[in-house]
Design a protein around this ligand. Structure first.
Ligand SMILES: Nc1ncnc2c1ncn2[C@@H]1O[C@H](COP(=O)(O)OP(=O)(O)O)[C@@H](O)[C@H]1O
Ligand SMILES: [Mg+2]
Length: 257
């Protein structure tokens, strides 16, 4: 069975979506079969792969409320030139799901149930979470085998991390005993400032979780790629950002649970 990785941090703008897109693409480039699930109503992962999020008939929303099958929700081989990278997209409709499913049975497990029949078709499933600890993030964590936390190299990096780790532990205790911490990955590292380095050192001192050796640099190409609907390894294959996500993919593959 493959690994299901939830990319989570309730802070916005820390690199969850950038990591979801580019880690998934780097894994696919290495021959892995990958499914990306966008669970953020902002749909940035969806548009980052070149889909027009407002023109989609079947998304994670239709899947979660039972209006389409999982096969209908999956968009296969979403990027040309990259085999084996599928996506369940999202758009703003998903914002209503929490209210619509408020009385649903087992509402913490809706996503898990919804993808159960396809999950063994993939080596990795990458779930991009919204910037909250909402029902959607809980659904991602009950579906996942591990949680990967991107941490932005900025002054308030540690803020909220304790709460996130606490949530992961609660989900593990009560909803998904299999859940493990994949670890943290530093993002937007700026080699020109001391601050980035200090943040990395400080966070390492304060956490017990696995820290990935690969540090994602701040790289303008990573910020540009989504507007072309391409992951970095296709948009600018030799950029520092592309190389970093390849190294991260190697580490993720090597890490066994
Ligand atoms: N390593 C990076 N270098 C440069 N820009 C980045 C990098 N990672 C993310 N960004 C940019 O920072 C912003 C927030 O990143 P994003 O991945 O959308 O975060 P989140 O999903 O956590 O909200 C986006 O505009 C993105 O393009
Ligand atoms: Mg995001």
């Amino acid at each position: 069975m493959g690994r299901i990785i939830a990319i989570a941090n309730q802070k916005g703008g820390v690199g969850k979506t950038t990591t979801s897109i580019n880690l998934a693409a780097a894994l696919a480039e290495k021959g892995k079969k990958v499914l990306v699930i966008d669970t953020d109503p902002q749909g940035n992962t969806t548009s980052g792969f070149g889909l027009d999020k407002n023109e989609l008939e079947n998304t994670i929303y239709e899947l979660m409320i039972g209006e389409c099958s999982v096969d209908e929700a999956i968009h296969k081989d979403v990027v040309e030139d990259l085999n084996g990278l599928d996506i369940i997209p999202s758009n703003v409709n998903l914002a209503a799901v929490e209210i619509e499913l408020i009385d649903a049975d087992q509402k913490e497990y809706i996503l898990k149930e919804a993808i159960a029949e396809v999950k063994d078709n993939y080596d990795f499933i990458i779930i991009d979470c919204p910037p909250s600890l909402s029902m959607l993030t809980i659904n991602s964590m009950t579906t996942a085998s591990t949680v990967l936390v991107p941490i932005q190299c900025e002054y308030y990096a540690l803020e909220g991390l304790g709460q996130l780790v606490h949530t992961v532990n609660l989900v593990k205790e009560r909803l998904n005993p299999e859940l493990e911490m994949e670890g943290v990955v530093f993002t937007m590292f700026d080699a020109r400032t001391n601050l980035s380095l200090q943040v990395v050192e400080n966070v390492k001192e304060h956490i017990e979780e696995n820290v990935y050796k690969t540090i994602i640099p701040r790289n303008i190409r990573l910020a540009e790629a989504p507007s072309y609907g391409l992951p970095i390894n296709l948009y600018e294959p030799k950029s520092a950002g592309a190389e970093a996500y390849r190294l991260l993919a190697d580490e993720v593959i090597a890490r066994k649970f």
